[in-house]
Ligand binder design. Sequence first.
Ligand SMILES: Cc1cc2nc3c(=O)[nH]c(=O)nc-3n(C[C@H](O)[C@H](O)[C@H](O)COP(=O)(O)O)c2cc1C
Ligand code: SF4
Length: 401
Amino acid sequence: MSGLRVLAGPELTSGAESFADHTQRLGTPQSTGRALVETLVRSGLTGRGGASFPVGLKWRSVIAAKGSPVVIANGAEGEPQSHKDRLLMTTRPHLVLDGAFIAARTVHARQVVLYIGEEHKAGWSAMARALDERPEGERRIARIVGAPHRYVAGDSSAAVHLIDGGVATPTTTPPSTHERGLDGAPTLVQNVETLAHIALIARYGDAWYGSAGRRGAAGTVLITMAGGVNHPGVLEVEAGTTVEEAVAMAGGVTEPTSAVLIGGYFGAWVQAAKAWELPLDIASLQARGLSLGCGVVGLLPAARCGVCDTSRIMGYLATESSAQCGPCFFGLRALSDACSRIAERGANRDDLARLKKWAIEVPGRGACKHPDGAVMFLRSALSTFADEFAVHPAHWRQQPA
Ligand SMILES: Cc1cc2nc3c(=O)[nH]c(=O)nc-3n(C[C@H](O)[C@H](O)[C@H](O)COP(=O)(O)O)c2cc1C
Ligand code: SF4
């Protein structure tokens, strides 16, 4: 594990940085208000929770919306392979809090909610202790709310429902939460990594932000290296760092690799030969039809079966939907069943044809992006493992996650 900017500072193994040490190391943020919003727009910072929405534009619309805004710091981190948000909350809680309170001051929010995954015990307690260290005026408007251990609980509309006293299930957008969220008020939901970058941009500006980055990209990104690398875990890399360079930083591969999952379970499989040169940068990946998502880079060793791994992940995503809409309740379940029939009983033309047909029909029809993310992942598997899907033998060996 290493840090350049948001993870810079004391050894990560020594736990949470105190408020006194944090303030001594970084000073207090200089910029809030309209000037900061325009700085964020110029920086090009995009959200790190998965959807990569431009931060400055979201802040502009929260400020323009009617009502008294609320800020939600999203530390749900429901993605099973991702560890970046919990690491950040555990080691640099004040950077996240700085970002949340800067956001609150800038959009004139009356309330800050720290929405933290209930299973992230270390991150939760570090954030709670850090909140206790903050000035009274900040403590008074902030509270921590637990995010249930469900994949969809991290969706911004699910967070709003839970915090409003309901159940953490997503609902249709528009209106987006930044137009109409908690109690109908404009609600700025921002991932905790995004908030940490904001805390530094408010101190050092957009030119400083852009002074890191490779191959024309700006800033740094947190990525979680998973699967067949010698040192799995979280790395902070310059945006534009290639997969090959990130793998080298993670100690190299443990064994030959057949494919790389870029962006986590809402991301895409890419054949290893094509993956190495990919720049880990939101815009560069989007230009190739890919997504950085939550920053997971997962290496599939050649000895493992891509069809079996795909079937396992599709089963997880089907189970984790909130089962309210047809595309999830019927579509994802049917896709997952067809995948597991191929994985368990062997390839068959009918299921393969069904997968290809349904992968076109399911997206764009759910209340949230859950089915779209799952189908993007499945389509990438059908193309990356096309040969394996066509000839998969009738065996099923449950592979560990
Ligand atoms: C099914 C689903 C799960 C999500 N889970 C998370 C999550 O665990 N953490 C997160 O920050 N964003 C998650 N998101 C994205 C949020 O809805 C939202 O876009 C994000 O928190 C906004 O912050 P950002 O712009 O800083 O990324 C999820 C979205 C969907 C559709
Ligand atoms: S699309 Fe799926 S996960 Fe999203 S609200 Fe509907 S059933 Fe739930």
